[in-house]
Design a binder for this molecule. Structure first.
Ligand code: CP
Ligand code: NVA
Length: 309
């Protein structure tokens, strides 16, 4: 399949720039319609979505379920104990059974290979709702939020401070497609996946820097972004990480170095007092709640693209 015609939404870099920008434009358009109170646009009418969650969630579950419903569809929540993909039943069987019932599948899993397997065997589109490797729907919502607040994504300086995790991988894969300036400042040993960094750098689209110096990194940022130090599945490492990540907290002093134009973003859930201070989350330039809200609109646009409606 050509880029832009992928069956699934698994990595932002599976799509070309034109398709990503088209999806973001559509997100803004449908957002405006829904915000106006208009409920006449129901392209998902008669369609159903299976949502598989191997991990906890608030935003992903509620934004997908609400968004799909608002455009006329019906979404089915399958929690960690329900189908136990790969344990109670093989992933390739789950994929084919759900494809017989549903028009689209969304899944949040641990191993990235699980979503690849699901997509391979499903005959309907599969949307990645986070894996240990990446979180593309989040970064599409973040891009929409940056366009709304900064004015455009192209040329924007986004500085991520913290763990080189799934969120960073999706930022890098976006940077492989759309030009902006992405900096990841993380402790030594917690850098993002080397192959993903290389892929983004070799694409030659964006300026990409990986550093261990948060103070230098944030200078002149348009956006300072962070995420938890211990992701889902790493919570037993939390105490150790807390030690190693000292100096990487986004606090008022770091935001001051970033400068007056810097917005603060966080995919949430946040641990206030750990990776970010309460004051930074609550500051006027914090856009974490518009960012969370935009999950609905970015995902609706992704699903409209995949379903071709
Ligand atoms: N940001 C995000 O994906 O949140 P949830 O884990 O609550 O879905
Ligand atoms: N890095 C976090 C993101 C949560 C939305 C995690 O994987 O737990």
């Amino acid at each position: 399949r050509a880029k832009g015609e992928m069956k699934d939404f698994l990595h932002i870099s599976d799509f070309d720039k034109a398709t990503i920008m088209k999806i973001l434009d559509k997100a803004a358009e449908v957002k405006a319609l829904l915000k106006s109170g208009d409920r006449s646009f129901v392209p998902f009418k008669g369609k159903t979505m299976a949502m598989i969650f191997a991990k906890p969630s608030m935003r992903t579950r509620v934004s997908f379920e609400t968004g799909f419903f608002l455009l006329g569809g019906h979404a089915i929540y399958l929690g960690p104990d329900d189908i136990q993909m790969g344990k109670r039943e093989e992933t390739r069987d789950v994929a084919r059974v759900l494809s017989g019932y549903n028009d689209i599948i969304m899944a949040r899993v641990f191993a990235h290979q699980d979503i690849l397997d699901l997509a391979k065997f499903a005959t309907v589109p599969v949307v990645n709702g986070l894996t240990d490797y990446n979180h593309p729907c989040q970064i599409m919502a973040d891009a929409l939020t940056i366009i709304e607040h900064v004015g455009q994504l192209e040329g924007t300086k986004v500085v991520y401070v913290g763990d080189g995790n799934n969120i960073v991988h999706s930022w890098l894969l976006l940077a492989a497609v759309v030009p902006f300036h992405f900096v990841c400042a993380c402790p030594k040993g917690f850098e993002p996946d080397k192959k993903t960094v290389e892929k983004a750098q070799q694409a030659g689209i964006s300026k990409i820097e990986i550093t261990n110096d948060p103070k230098e990194a944030v200078k002149d940022a348009d956006v300072v972004y962070t995420d938890v130090w211990a992701s889902m599945g790493q919570k037993e490492e939390a105490a150790y990480r807390h030690q190693v990540f000292q100096g990487f907290q986004v606090d008022e002093a770091l935001m001051k170095i970033a400068g007056p134009k810097a917005y603060f973003m966080h995919c949430l859930p946040a641990e206030r007092g750990v990776e970010v201070t309460d004051g930074v989350v609550e500051a006027p330039n914090s856009i974490v709640f518009p960012q969370a809200e935009n999950r609905v609109h970015a995902q609706n646009a992704i699903m409209l693209h995949l379903l071709g409606v």
